[in-house]
Design a binder for this molecule. Structure first.
Ligand code: ATR
Length: 284
């Protein structure tokens, strides 16, 4: 569609933004749905994030995505924050309202939709969650809010695992997160788990590494979900498959966090068929 006086603008603010796939998701959706909308990545210098939010509002932007390192920092510049995003303590999507932007976190809902689309269930499951950074915190909230039975949160630094478990247990009102040191994985109950890999280990170009290398550990996994999508087969996935588990990478999570943002900006729902068409383009 031709850019003209009616074109609505959305974008991504972050640093760096060079390798983002979000423009492909949003500009493809706009094209397929015949919306007069453009999505542009913006490199924002540290310390300029409040100016960027203010400027985007003044320029009549419909919405923004927010990525590293600003997901928590922009929260002070918003007029409203969705309850879930408030709990998680991070926003990745800003939606225009009459007085300013409202912040949402579509990362977690995106992961949930991605898991549903793969037929992965959280409710009633015992989960191993690897990591205690920002991404793992959001996954812990997801597991608590979707009624996972128990979540064993394993992290290299145990104090961080304890802090995340305490916070999520308190805020969710469910005592379902059990913190553990990563090295204690041998003391996990002897059964099969859904495992979510939420550390940064294995991310390109460190593709030949997994946060736990011991093949025995992977016998405990019936389904492994790695939040990393580059490379598209991580070592965590390969080790899971080797022990006959199913394994998934995080590309669908990326897809659905974008789709949910697009839905919030345009007040519509994107069909599953359309979502999968966009997914095919992301895989190319
Ligand atoms: P994100 O926002 O993507 O979650 P983060 O907050 O920097 O990123 O968190 C990175 C996670 O990967 C943490 O859980 C980190 O463990 P620590 O809390 O002990 O630092 C984990 N991680 C990073 N490198 C690791 C490594 N070499 N071995 C084990 N865990 C690692």
């Amino acid at each position: 569609m031709e850019i003209n006086g009616y074109t609505r603008t959305c974008g991504l603010m972050g640093n760096p933004v060079e390798h983002t796939m979000s423009p492909l998701i949003h500009n493809t959706l706009a094209k397929k749905l015949c919306h007069n909308l453009v999505y542009i990545p913006f490199h924002v210098e540290q310390g300029k994030e409040a100016d960027a939010v203010k400027g985007a509002f003044a320029l009549n932007f419909l919405g923004l995505n927010v990525t590293v390192p600003y997901k928590s920092k922009v929260m002070d510049s918003l007029t409203e924050i969705d309850e879930l995003a408030e709990k998680i303590g991070a926003v990745n999507t800003l939606v225009r309202t009459p007085n300013g932007f409202k912040g949402y976190n579509t990362d977690m809902l995106g992961l949930y939709r991605a898991m549903c689309s793969e037929g992965i269930q959280i409710e009633g499951e015992d989960v191993i969650l690897l990591g205690a950074g920002g991404a793992a915190r959001a996954v812990a909230f997801l597991c608590a809010s979707k009624n996972a039975a128990r979540v064993y949160l394993l992290n290299r630094s145990k104090d961080k695992a304890e802090a995340v478990a305490k916070e999520v247990n308190e805020k969710s009102g469910r005592d379902c997160i059990y913190p553990m040191a990563l090295d204690d994985y041998r003391s996990l109950p002897d059964k099969k788990f859904l495992a979510v890999q939420a550390t940064s280990v294995g991310l390109y170009p460190d593709a030949d590494r997994a946060v736990i290398e011991d093949e025995e550990f992977y016998r405990k996994i019936h389904t492994g979900y790695d939040l990393i999508y580059r490379p598209c087969e991580t070592k965590f996935m390969a080790l899971t498959k080797k022990q006959r588990g199913s394994a998934f990478h995080g590309l669908k999570m990326l897809l659905y966090q974008g789709i949910i943002a697009y839905e919030l900006w345009n007040k519509l729902s994107v069909s599953e068929e359309m979502a999968l068409e966009v997914y095919c383009m992301l895989q190319e």
